[in-house]
Design a protein around this ligand. Structure first.
Ligand SMILES: NC(=O)c1ccc[n+]([C@@H]2O[C@H](COP(=O)([O-])OP(=O)(O)OC[C@H]3O[C@@H](n4cnc5c(N)ncnc54)[C@H](O)[C@@H]3O)[C@@H](O)[C@H]2O)c1
Length: 261
C-alpha cells in the first residue's frame, strides 16, 4: 500500500517506523510538511504542496498534522479520489468543515477513515449506536501543565492546582473547538456515538496523574459501558498519547490484512 503523510512529527515518525518494519506491505512515499519541517522523520522526502503529494499517486493519505492541515487539505484529497485518514478529529467539530469533508467523501470514490486515537471503546460506541444510545459522557484528566497554552490558563493558575480541578465542562463540540490540541478524543467519541451536541465532556487538571486519563461512559439499548484508559505519552511528544499512532497502525493493518478485528 502506497501511503502519503501530512505531518512530520511524533505520530508521523511512529507510523513511518511501523511501515518501514513491514516494507513488503507499506511504502511511505512522502510527507507534506510546514516550512519548519526540514528533516524528514523517515527515508521519504518532504514535499511542500498537496498537488506534489497527490502526484505520487498514494492509495491513502494519513493526516497527522493538526486542525489547520485538515482544513487546508482534507476535502481536496477526497475530491481527488484518494482515501484519507484523519487523526485530528477535533477539526471535524467545525460544522462547515465537516459539511465540506463529508460531502467530498460522499461524492467521490474515496473513503474517509477515522482512527480511534486515544479513545477506548469506539467499536462499542459505534455498534451500540445501531440499537440507540441515550447518554455519552467523557471525562479527560491530564496533569495541570498539559493544559498550558489552552483557555484553562485564563481561568486557572495551573501552577497552583493541588487537587483535581474541572477546567471545562460542556459539549464535545465546545471542547474540540476550544481545546484543539487536547480534545480530539471528545470529537472521536461524538463522531462514533451520538454527535457533538449530545456528548458531554469534562476536562480536568489533576496533579495526581502522570498520564492522559480518559473515562468514557455510555448508556443505551445495548446496556451500559464504563471504560478507562491511562494512556502513555508518545516518545517524541508528551502532549500526544502513544495510542494515537497505534490506532493509525491498526487501521493500516485493517487495509492490508486478510483477517481483521
Ligand atoms: N485523535 C486523537 O486521539 C489524537 C491524539 C493525539 C494527537 N492527535 C492529533 O495529531 C496531530 C499530530 O500529533 P503529533 O504528536 O504528531 O504532533 P507534532 O507536533 O509532533 O507534529 C505535527 C507535524 O505536523 C506538521 N504540521 C502542522 N500543521 C501543518 C499543516 N497545516 N500542513 C502541513 N504540516 C503541518 C508540523 O510541522 C509537524 O511536523 C495533533 O496536532 C492532534 O491534532 C489526535
Amino acid at each position: 500500500m502506497k501511503i502519503a503523510l501530512i505531518g512530520n512529527g511524533a505520530i508521523a515518525k511512529l507510523v513511518t517506523q511501523f511501515c518501514a518494519a513491514r516494507s513488503t506491505k507499506y511504502n511511505v512515499l512522502a510527507a507534506l510538511g510546514l516550512p519548519s519541517d526540514t528533516i524528514s522523520v523517515g527515508a521519504h522526502p518532504i514535499v511542500r504542496s498537496l498537488p506534489d503529494l497527490l502526484a505520487l499517486q498514494p492509495d491513502l493519505v494519513v493526516e497527522c498534522a493538526g486542525h489547520s492541515a485538515v482544513k487546508s487539505y482534507g476535502a481536496a484529497t477526497l475530491r481527488a479520489g484518494i482515501n484519507l485518514m484523519i487523526v485530528s478529529t477535533g477539526s471535524l467539530a467545525d460544522q462547515a468543515l465537516w459539511d465540506e469533508i463529508s460531502m467530498a467523501a460522499d461524492t467521490s470514490t474515496a473513503k474517509l477513515k477515522l482512527p480511534a486515537g486515544a479513545l477506548p471503546g469506539v467499536d462499542a460506541l459505534a455498534a451500540g449506536k445501531l440499537a440507540g444510545i441515550d447518554r455519552v459522557e467523557l471525562k479527560s484528566s491530564k496533569p495541570p501543565k498539559a493544559w498550558s497554552g489552552t483557555p484553562a490558563e485564563k481561568t486557572h493558575d495551573l501552577t497552583k492546582i493541588m487537587e483535581p480541578t474541572v477546567i471545562f465542562s460542556g459539549t464535545a463540540r465546545q471542547a474540540a473547538l476550544a481545546f484543539p490540541k487536547n480534545a480530539n478524543v471528545a470529537a472521536t467519541a461524538a463522531l462514533a456515538g451520538i454527535g457533538f451536541e449530545k456528548t458531554k465532556v469534562t476536562l480536568i487538571a489533576d496533579p495526581g496523574v502522570t498520564q492522559n486519563v480518559h473515562r468514557l461512559e455510555a448508556d443505551g439499548a445495548f446496556g451500559s459501558l464504563r471504560l478507562e484508559i491511562f494512556a502513555n505519552p508518545s516518545p517524541d511528544n508528551p502532549k500526544t498519547s502513544h495510542m494515537a499512532a497505534l490506532s493509525i497502525m491498526r487501521l493500516l493493518d485493517h487495509e492490508a490484512s486478510a483477517i481483521v478485528i
